[in-house]
Design a protein around this ligand. Structure first.
Ligand SMILES: [Fe+2]
Ligand SMILES: [Fe+2]
Length: 313
C-alpha cells in the first residue's frame, strides 16, 4: 500500500515528511484543516504499526517526531469520544446490565436498508468502506492480549482463534471478506479504498487502534469488542439476505452468514467471560468498558446516518 491522498494541510505535511524521511519538520506541523484531515493523518500513523507503506521507511514506526504528532491527535480524538459519551450504567450485575444497555440502544439501521431497499451500487460502496476494517479484522484486539491477566487472556484468545480461522489459513474472517470482495468484482488488496472512505469510517478504525495500542485503554478495547460482537449477529443476517436479494456471489454472502452464528457465540464470550472477568479483577475499569462499548455503537450510528443520508439524497 502507498500513502493515501492527503485531505488537508496536516495530512499533506505529514505524508510528505514520512515519504521524504524528513520528520524533523513535523515540529512545526500545521493544525488539521478539518476532522477528516486529522483522522486520515492518525489512520496513517496507526498503519505504521500494522502493515506500513511501500513509500515510507519502516524505521519511522517509532520516530519521536511522528509519535509526537500521533499523541497530539489521539489525545484530542480520545477527548472527542469521551465528550460524546452520555451517562453510563452504574456498576451492578454486569452481564445483565450490559446486555440491556446494548438492547436499549436505538440507532439508525443500515442493515435494514441493505436488507430491503439497497441497490447493488449501494452495497458495493458499503463493502468498499467496510474493507478498511474487515481486511484486518480483529487485529486491534490482538494488541491488547499481552496486557491482560491469564484468565482474561485465555478468553480473548478463544474468540480470536475463531476470527483468525481456527488454524485454517483459508478461514480467517479477513480472508473470507477478501474472497467475497474479489467474487463481487472489487479489489481485495489491503487499504485499496482508503481515498474514498468518509471520516466516520476513519474514526471507527482509529478508535479501535487507539484503544488497542494504549494499555491504559485496555478496558475500552474489550468493551468495544463486546458491543461490536453483540450488535453483529442480527445485522449480519439482514445483510446476507440483502446480498442474496441482489444476487451477490456466494463468497460474499458467506462472510455474513459466518457472522450470524459466530457472533451469537462471541457476544456471550465477550460480555460474560472477557469483560466479566476483567471487571471482577479490576472493578475500577467499569466506566472504560462502557466508554468503549458506547463508542462502538455510536461510531456505527454515525456511519449509518451519513450513508442513509447520502443514499436518500
Ligand atoms: Fe469476525
Ligand atoms: Fe466475532
Amino acid at each position: 500500500m502507498l500513502t493515501p491522498r492527503s485531505r488537508g494541510p496536516l495530512s499533506e505535511a505529514v505524508f510528505q515528511a514520512l515519504r521524504s524521511r524528513d520528520t524533523a519538520q513535523l515540529a512545526d506541523a500545521p493544525e488539521p484543516g478539518d476532522p477528516a484531515d486529522a483522522q486520515l493523518t492518525l489512520w496513517v500513523m496507526y498503519e505504521l504499526h500494522h502493515r506500513g507503506f511501500e513509500d515510507v521507511d519502516d524505521e519511522l514506526e517509532w520516530d519521536p517526531d511522528v509519535i509526537n504528532v500521533r499523541r497530539r491527535l489521539e489525545t484530542a480524538f480520545e477527548q472527542t469520544l469521551r465528550d460524546r459519551t452520555p451517562e453510563l450504567p452504574e456498576p451492578g450485575a454486569f452481564a445483565e446490565t450490559f446486555f440491556d444497555f446494548v438492547a436499549k440502544h436505538d440507532g439508525p439501521s443500515l442493515s435494514a436498508f441493505l436488507h430491503r431497499s439497497a441497490t447493488a451500487e449501494h452495497v458495493h460502496e458499503f463493502l468498499r468502506h467496510k474493507s478498511i476494517y474487515h481486511l484486518k479484522e480483529s487485529d486491534h484486539t490482538t494488541w491488547v492480549v499481552p496486557r491482560l491477566s491469564d484468565p482474561v487472556k485465555a478468553a480473548v484468545m478463544e474468540l480470536q482463534y475463531d476470527e483468525y480461522g481456527a488454524g485454517n489459513p483459508n478461514r480467517l474472517h479477513a480472508t473470507l471478506f477478501a474472497r467475497g470482495l474479489e467474487a463481487s468484482g472489487l479489489a481485495s488488496a489491503y487499504g485499496t479504498y482508503i481515498d474514498e472512505v468518509p471520516v466516520e469510517v476513519l474514526e471507527q478504525n482509529n478508535a479501535m487502534s487507539l484503544f488497542g495500542l494504549n494499555r491504559r485503554l485496555r478496558a475500552a478495547s474489550l468493551g468495544f469488542l463486546a458491543a461490536f460482537e453483540a450488535t453483529s449477529s442480527v445485522p449480519s443476517r439482514r445483510i446476507a439476505q440483502g446480498l442474496d436479494r441482489l444476487n451477490f456471489p456466494a463468497e460474499m454472502i458467506e462472510y455474513y452468514t459466518e457472522h450470524v452464528e459466530a457472533d451469537a457465540v462471541h457476544e456471550q464470550l465477550a460480555i460474560r467471560t472477557i469483560c466479566g472477568l476483567l471487571l471482577d479483577e479490576e472493578p475500577e475499569l467499569h466506566e472504560d468498558v462502557y466508554f468503549g462499548a458506547w463508542t462502538s455503537m455510536d461510531l456505527e450510528d454515525r456511519y449509518a446516518e451519513r450513508m442513509l443520508g447520502e443514499w436518500a439524497a
